[in-house]
Design a protein around this ligand. Sequence first.
Ligand code: HEM
Length: 77
Amino acid sequence: MSDEPRMGFEEDIKPLFRETDRSRMEWAFDLWDYDAVKENASGILERLEEGDMPCDGAWPPDQIDMFRAWIDGGYVP
Ligand code: HEM
């Protein structure tokens, strides 16, 4: 068992996506929807790591770590 708290979508991940992110990305997927983010998680992580999403400034590394931990933790809702 790890001491790391498990990341959950509703509590930890969804609040990282601003209303702007959601509306600018709605043509591709809904960043406030669990299933959509789970389905696109590897593509999202890639863009976050490259630092080219969000379009107006890269996330701080600790937020990217949170997103990665959510994937590694098995996509807790
Ligand atoms: C945390 C927030 C965001 C995430 C995780 C994200 C993620 C992504 C991903 C995964 C793609 C590729 C989608 C595909 O090709 O199917 C993409 C494309 C795109 N995103 Fe975002 N996005 C975010 C915020 C934004 C914002 C704020 C804008 C502002 C305009 C934006 C503009 C675009 C545009 C124009 C594209 C298509 C061009 C390209 O692929 O670079 N995104 N985004």
